[in-house]
Structures are given as C-alpha cells and as structure tokens.
Design a protein around this ligand. Sequence first.
Ligand code: ZN
Length: 164
Amino acid sequence: MAENLCRTYAKALKGEFGVIPRVTDREYITNSHHVPVWQKVSIYKKLQLEAPFCKYPTGGCITYVELESSVMQNEKAIEDIIDYAMSLDIPYLAFNFPIDTCLKCGYQGEINYNCPKCGNTEIQRLRRVTGYLSEDYRNFNEGKIAEVLDRVKHSEYTDFTKQE
Ligand SMILES: [Zn+2]
C-alpha cells in the first residue's frame, strides 16, 4: 500500500544513494507526480504543475489541495477551484481540510489544542491523510506522520480574488 511504500522506498533509496538534499533527505518520498507536500505553492500553481501529468498514470490519479477549514465556508472560492481544475482536464480533484469537533460544545474547525470556544480538550480530529478519512494520523507509520507534519495549506498561499 502506498502509505507504507512511501517510507520503505525512502529508506531503500537513502541506503543505496545516501542523503541527497530534497531527494532522499526525508522519511518519505512524494507520491506520484504530486508537488512535494512541503512546497509553499498556491492552489492554482499546484494544479498547473500537476495537470500535465494526470494522463500518464495507468492506475488512475488524484489531484488534491490542502485547505484551511475556513475556506470551505467560501463557496465561490471552492467553485472557482473546481472550474479551474476542470479547465486543465484534471480528472479527479479532492480537497483536504481538517474537520475537528469539540465533543463538549460541538464547535467545528481546526482544533490543534483546546477548543477555542469552550476550552475543552476532548476533541475528535477527522483528517483526510490518505484517500480515506482518519480519526488520528498518529496511527500511521513514521514516514507518513513526518509527511503529514510537513504538509502546507495551499490556501495560505492563494489570493482568492484572482486566478494566478
Ligand atoms: Zn468546545
């Protein structure tokens, strides 16, 4: 499974070729033709860079962008992203964003520590780490955990008033 391979291959490549900056210097390798998770790129730039490669994988492909929870309230921004991806012939687009829920007051958003509304620490953290929703990314292997911690939110580097 790809989640284990990203670490297994990283270890094998490091063993054979040593540490090569930006190639084998992490605990995981980047999946498929994706822009590396740590790369600070806008949503539109990521889609532009990945779109030309979507036609090559014979087993299918997925293009995703990482969003802050708040972007999901902006229907126009979401519609613009979908329209733009479709204009580039991206066949399969996904949005990753945190859906954390305070189990005391029901507040939803990204809650990394205490609930910002009531201070409660009992939080259900629902994330899309792989192709599926996960309640706790810390259950993945060390390579995948390192990859998740490196992920940037592409929405932070996007000007939603224009398509770049
Ligand atoms: Zn709360």
